[in-house]
Design a binder for this molecule. Structure first.
Ligand SMILES: [Zn+2]
Ligand SMILES: [Zn+2]
Length: 349
């Protein structure tokens, strides 16, 4: 346990959510240094320095969700609550960057990840208070939910009467369903593969109007049929490891002019990218990049509202001794019916 200065705190980790990023990082670590993984962290403040308490307005015993970005708090991105864009959080360009789950544990105070019983919080950690009505398990999905709000609402502008195609019924796709439904979308179509039967059913429970098995029907043609030949306003790509196909299908499924597509783009290159089609259809292409401060607050409010049966997403929990299996479960290698996996560092069994 670190001996902390008055401007910092220690959190007892209750839940660390696991996502596709963990699967990628675990398979291919980006650093040689030792790293405590775990970037979607919820817990209770157990030791709070005097200055930390007055700056952050928190006290010992408070339950908080910690953003994984640990920002400079001075730049213009920070002032806008867009901590993910702050240089101080960008490990791809800044070797001294801080992000929970991707920071060397050789750094001072060592506890820089949620797959541990305690987490160190410096003065600039970004906290969100978890409402009393939200259980720690449910708070474990605040990250996919905040991404849903960021990408669907803020990036793609989904709102009243929008028509949306969501590709991929994993935790991220399902969170987009909730965000779109809450925002007022009039048509929500979700795609998946033959192995996604249960997830597609869950998509319907959460508010999807139609679900499509990409293996058995032509997605773009079906979308056109469902929209009276128009195509959809918005495509949200929440597939993982599906290559270029979802982007090509999405481009086809978008309306004749002026649609928006949000992509996660994992490939280093996109051979034969249909830039002519993109230009002619006046498509706006946006990149899915985490969440802002506001999206986290809205996600917590969504969870607190109990308006959607979001507990159905929290399908699997594991203890610290089973981190390997927990990550593999998210990657689809082990266990059945996985939607969202949480690591509970205090679970004993
Ligand atoms: Zn994540
Ligand atoms: Zn900054």
């Amino acid at each position: 346990m670190p001996d902390i200065p008055p401007d910092s705190a220690v959190m007892k980790v209750e839940v660390a959510g696991i996502c596709g990023t963990d699967v990628k990082m675990y398979a291919k670590p980006p650093f040689d240094e030792p790293v405590i993984m775990g970037h979607e962290n919820v817990g209770v403040l157990t030791r709070v320095g005097r200055e930390f308490a007055s700056r952050q307005g928190v006290s010992e015993g408070d339950r908080v969700f910690v953003e994984h970005y640990v920002p400079c708090r001075r730049c213009s991105w920070c002032h806008r609550g867009e901590y993910r864009h702050c240089e101080a959080t960008d490990w791809r360009t800044n070797p001294d960057a801080r992000r929970y789950g991707y920071t060397s544990s050789r750094n001072p105070f060592n506890l820089w990840g949620g797959f541990a019983q305690y987490l160190y919080l410096p003065w600039n950690a970004v906290l969100h208070r978890v409402p009393d009505s939200v259980t720690p398990e449910l708070a474990g999905i605040v990250t996919p939910m905040s991404n849903g709000i960021e990408w669907a609402l803020f990036d793609a502008g989904v709102g009243y009467d929008s028509t949306v195609l969501i590709q991929g019924p994993g935790q991220q796709g399902l969170a987009q369903v909730v965000a779109c439904k809450q925002a007022g979308a009039s048509l929500i179509v979700v795609t998946g593969t033959g192995r996604d039967g249960a997830r597609l059913e869950l998509a319907k429970t959460l508010g999807a109007d139609h679900v499509i098995d990409v293996g058995s029907v032509d997605v773009a043609a079906t979308v056109r049929e469902l929209t009276g030949g128009e195509g959809v306003d918005v495509v949200l790509d929440c597939t993982a490891g599906a290559g270029t196909a979802p982007v090509l299908v999405g481009m086809d499924a978008l309306r004749r002019r002026g649609g928006t597509m949000v992509v996660q783009g994992e490939m280093a290159a996109f051979p034969d990218f249909p830039i002519k089609q993109m230009t002619e259809k006046a498509v706006t292409l946006k990149s899915a990049r985490g969440h802002s401060w506001r999206a986290c607050e809205l996600a917590l409010a969504q969870l607190a509202s109990s308006r959607f049966p979001l507990h159905l997403l929290t399908t699997h929990t594991f203890g610290l001794g089973e981190v390997d299996r927990a990550i593999r479960a998210v990657g689809g290698e082990v266990d059945e019916g996985v939607v969202h996996v949480s690591l509970l560092p205090w679970l004993t069994s």
